[in-house]
Design a protein around this ligand. Sequence first.
Ligand SMILES: *[C@@H]1O[C@H](CO)[C@@H](O)[C@H](O)[C@H]1NC(C)=O
Ligand SMILES: *[C@@H]1O[C@H](CO)[C@@H](O)[C@H](O)[C@H]1NC(C)=O
Ligand SMILES: *[C@@H]1O[C@H](CO)[C@@H](O)[C@H](O)[C@H]1NC(C)=O
Ligand SMILES: *[C@@H]1O[C@H](CO)[C@@H](O)[C@H](O)[C@H]1NC(C)=O
Ligand SMILES: *[C@@H]1O[C@H](CO)[C@@H](O)[C@H](O)[C@H]1NC(C)=O
Ligand SMILES: *[C@@H]1O[C@H](CO)[C@@H](O)[C@H](O)[C@H]1NC(C)=O
Ligand SMILES: *[C@@H]1O[C@H](CO)[C@@H](O)[C@H](O)[C@H]1NC(C)=O
Length: 794
Amino acid sequence: MKTFSTILNLAQVLVPAVAAQSTDYSRYVNLFLGTDNGGNMFPGVVAAPFSMTKIGPDVRNGRAEAYSGYLPDGVITGFSMMHESGTGGAPKYGVVSQLPFSGDLENPLSTDIFVSRSADDEASVGYYKTSLSSGVVVELSGTEHAGLFTYSFPSGNTSTLIVDVSHVLPSFRGMGWSQGYAGGNFSYFPDGHYEGSGTYNNGWNLAPDWTIHFCGRFSASPSTSRTFSGSSSSSIDQFDTQTTVNGTNRVGGVFTFDQSEFSSTVGISFISSERACQYADDEISSGTSMSDLVQRSRDRWNSDVFSRITTSSTNDDALTMLYSSLYGMHLLPSNRTGEAPWPTDEPYYDDFFTFWDTFRCHVQLMHVLQPRAYEEVIRALIDIWRHDGFMPDARSSNFNGRTQGGSNADNVLADAYVKGVRGAINWEDGFAAMVSDAEDVPPPNNDPSARDSSTKEGRGGLPDWKTHGYVSTNYTRSVTRAVEYSVNDFALYQVARGLGRSSDASKYLSRSHNWQNHWSNSSAGLGHSGFMVPISPEGVLDAEHDPLDCGACYWAEDYYQGLPWEYSMNPHHDMASLIAMAGGASRFVDRLEAMFTPGNAPGNSPDDTIFNPGNEPSLSTPYLFHFAGAPARSVRRARDAARAYYGPGRDGLPGNSDAGALQSWLLWNMLGLYPVAAQPVFLLHSPWFSNVTVDLGGGRTLAISSEGAADADSRPHGPDTDVFVQSVRVNGQAWPRSWLAFDDVFADGGGAVHFVLGPRPSDWATGPDAPLPPSPASFPDDDARSPPCEKTGY
Ligand SMILES: *[C@@H]1O[C@H](CO)[C@@H](O)[C@H](O)[C@H]1NC(C)=O
Ligand SMILES: *[C@@H]1O[C@H](CO)[C@@H](O)[C@H](O)[C@H]1NC(C)=O
Ligand SMILES: *[C@@H]1O[C@H](CO)[C@@H](O)[C@H](O)[C@H]1NC(C)=O
Ligand SMILES: *[C@@H]1O[C@H](CO)[C@@H](O)[C@H](O)[C@H]1NC(C)=O
Ligand SMILES: *[C@@H]1O[C@H](CO)[C@@H](O)[C@H](O)[C@H]1NC(C)=O
Ligand SMILES: *[C@@H]1O[C@H](CO)[C@@H](O)[C@H](O)[C@H]1NC(C)=O
Ligand SMILES: *[C@@H]1O[C@H](CO)[C@@H](O)[C@H](O)[C@H]1NC(C)=O
């Protein structure tokens, strides 16, 4: 608190006009955090949380995929209006671009129209700047549906701007996931503005054609306007003053200006170019300067996002990690309300990338920080089911896909339901959408990566699951699917129970145990036996499967992007059964420890652990010691993981951000809480700061405080050594258990959690009298071991 109130006071003294504003937390955001080391973060302009426009450079270096458009080195091929952030798979979007060119342009289709950079790009919240070797300086800012591009050209040459409708981010991976351009329209008008549309397809989700409309205006009248059309530089059909071009050829416009400084405003819409013009005119009215927009953007992020979490920390690295993580988890999905591909009064969101990544801890943080957006997202998911037949696991360009394991939107809905999220959500339809996932075999989409069943949506392995209670190797990713389908069925059980549908509830509770059918005690390694193994189409267990072997670990294998060791830790609804099957609590603790022991992972690096900090099947693993009565070990492993793998710099994420999944993991780590998906339960571990306050909205706060760690607030990752919990008080009451329920601190007026920390593990929340965290699928009828949550009727 101290740092911020000091800043606020200074601001009040020095800049009275700003006094009404709260602190500018945006100055702590490192826009480039996670742009290296595979984080794939988007550092460009996202004017407000969930903005439809994400405006930034498109870079090509011939060596790396530009997943978010940005790469630290390479040439710039355009500055475009739409991007994803933090994703893997293959680049998506990079459309509605413009590129400044200094000089006279002979052929706008020339393959070597690109520009290198003369300095590192600069960025802050709402602002982006690139200095090009041509001497042109490009600055970007924007709004939710429009962008402002400001250009400063060197004098003594023609200021030229190319608008190439065919521009789209390519992919070099050779997986068949490269985006295509299918055609476009481009027209310019006597008043100097232009309109048009571009149609694109494919990408990671194998999307069919989709169209984005655009509208561009300039602050100065172009001295010349031309359009072009052609398939390649050698077959340019037309480059002249014709005002309209269209067709499947590459089309676009080239404008020149007498001025060396001017700006361009561009709106985009999935509905029409008229709508795109309207967005640009309404959101960036004439006379709006770049600094106005940047200030608007900062104010919005400060009030809607950053001010939601405040701390006593005085450490710049900790503050950078905190506010950059908050920023990084609010870029996706994209709020496209009013832009849905069907007529609807419901909110519409797209760019889910993916629930496989975000169901574990991202959606839970979104729920407490952004309850309004969260409810809108759930309504949008149900509306997508109404119109497309299935909720997405991933979705972009208005098309579901891809699905990696289970139908994890089910977990997202259950998580909201058990925490009492109601609002304008039609839960009867919500449950019906979940039943579609659980009962309807999705039509095959003939995906070359996995031809056995749909990778688009739903649960491709349902025929086996419904008939046999397992997923045989007749289906790809069979073991991954089995454990995730179990969690998904548990999610249906949760909602069915709440809606009073008791026969559905018992059916899906029973199915939620099916992961156990994949268990083999003969699968053994590193001194442990009992792991989830593949099952042949004839129903025979691959009983002695090596638990360190996932083959190529990709689309066509039995385990997707994770080892049998990792997936065998993922039935978080049925932990008591898992622990018993693994040989009891102390064997389970040893098993977990083996996952953190360097050198135990397959592969060559002596540092590699089975626990994979950068991929989602491992995200919850450090906290699972709680279920075996050893919360101090969770504290140690979770804090060590944060310290080893996260930082404030470009390489500050251990893998793809995955729409903010990793950032939300870090934020929970800072808070000393960790959510259990599809349950109203949070595990208590060890907070980084002596004080951290979460604004829950509606005047409610969650105050988390700690004492006993002298250096807590001055360290980048909280205290170095005094991390162990000695005791906890929740709302002033002594708290002898290692977890709390949603209603304890998040509902009603909020709550307070106070930790006493110390240098050594204590007996807090251990021993026979300390209730373990719930294991609701293991003890569905035993309230003492799977306590109910009174207020939500859960
Ligand atoms: C932390 O919060 C407590 C009240 O919960 C307050 O007494 C204390 O001064 C705060 N410490 C800091 C450093 O802000
Ligand atoms: C003008 O632009 C052309 C093409 O980009 C470049 O080769 C030339 O050096 C420029 N001239 C000046 C004076 O900057
Ligand atoms: C041009 O736009 C019209 C109207 O939106 C659309 O019907 C047509 O398909 C577009 N043509 C191309 C080649 O994209
Ligand atoms: C394509 O452009 C031509 C003029 O070149 C125009 O007559 C036609 O209506 C356009 N088609 C569409 C679909 O915009
Ligand atoms: C989503 O977009 C709609 C339309 O622009 C807007 O009314 C709504 O407030 C937005 N939701 C959030 C959470 O910002
Ligand atoms: C394998 O899966 C396909 C597609 O669902 C199905 O048609 C076929 O009968 C299955 N084979 C066996 C042996 O279950
Ligand atoms: C597998 O091992 C567990 C733990 O040792 C034991 O409880 C269980 O009975 C064993 N199952 C079989 C089928 O042998």
